[in-house]
Ligand binder design. Structure first.
Ligand SMILES: [Zn+2]
Length: 267
């Protein structure tokens, strides 16, 4: 349990210090692995069964550590038991209840639909190896959604791949671009989960980014590299625009060199 809390303290602290989590912005969920799952076996539920917005049989019986609604990520390091909680999905995948946390009272993030629906998809696509999902508000990624006209998944992926040579290695499947949808809505949750079936990152226009990974470090790292590429892209624009860039052949060569499964449909 302490190891689990230390992991989320590190990630949430890093997010806050990078300026990705102003006020109550940003949220984290972590599906519990076997060891952490077993820790909560003797815990009595702290809440009623609460209905999920739709059935999620893929994550029936799973337990998740989730940041709390209205809570600040920057406070997790100091008061973890107030700002995070552990919820359990029932055996039908239809309801959840609280096992621990959100002291004295509270609930999971309002972005729970995006988190849980994405966990359904990333659990399946990773053969049960992916456990982490992060949503956050990094400045440069958000700024890019205002600064560049007619963005879509193809143009955004290509722009970031070309802005930093690490990107094709870190997210060779590209980055999904989701036009603005109301925060916390089922529409946003479904669109984000659909994006996670084929990619590990999704940008929410005018709002932020989501990333998944085997663990919090991997999910955080993917977002970190995308944000750095977005920052470089904005600096290039501010410095007068692109004078030269990585060619398609160079991008393909980098991906091939590191055995990365590049999404060719994005070229
Ligand atoms: Zn947000």
């Amino acid at each position: 349990m302490q190891k689990l809390i230390n992991e989320i303290k590190k990630t949430s602290g890093d997010m806050a210090r990078r300026g990705w989590a102003e006020s109550n912005g940003g949220n984290i969920s972590l599906r519990l692995n076997e060891e952490n799952y077993a820790f909560f076996n003797e815990f009595q539920p702290k809440s009623e069964m609460i209905k999920l917005p739709m059935g999620m049989p893929e994550i029936a019986g799973e337990r998740f550590l989730v940041t709390g609604t209205g809570r600040f990520l920057r406070n997790i390091e100091v008061f973890p038991e107030k700002n995070i909680g552990v919820i359990e999905i029932d055996n039908m995948g239809k309801n959840w209840q609280l096992l621990w946390g959100y002291e004295p009272v509270g609930a999971p993030t309002s972005e729970l639909p995006s988190h849980l629906l994405s966990h359904c998809r990333i659990k399946a696509k990773s053969d049960n190896q992916s456990f982490a999902f992060i949503h956050t508000h990094p400045n440069s990624v958000i700024a890019l959604t205002y600064a560049v006209a007619n963005l879509d998944t193809r143009s955004l992926s290509k722009l970031l791949w070309q802005s930093h040579a690490e990107c094709v290695v870190v997210f060779p499947q590209g980055i999904e671009f989701l036009p603005w949808v109301m925060a916390g809505s089922m529409d946003l949750g479904i669109a984000t989960a659909d994006a996670m079936t084929k990619r590990n990152l999704a940008v929410w226009q005018f709002h932020g980014i989501c990333g998944c990974g085997r663990n919090l470090d991997e999910a955080f790292g993917r977002i970190d590299v995308a944000e750095k590429a977005a920052e470089i892209c904005l600096r290039v624009m501010a410095a007068g625009g692109v004078k030269q860039t990585l060619s398609d052949a160079q991008l393909r060569a980098i991906a091939a060199n590191f055995n990365c499964p590049l999404d060719e449909t994005l070229f």
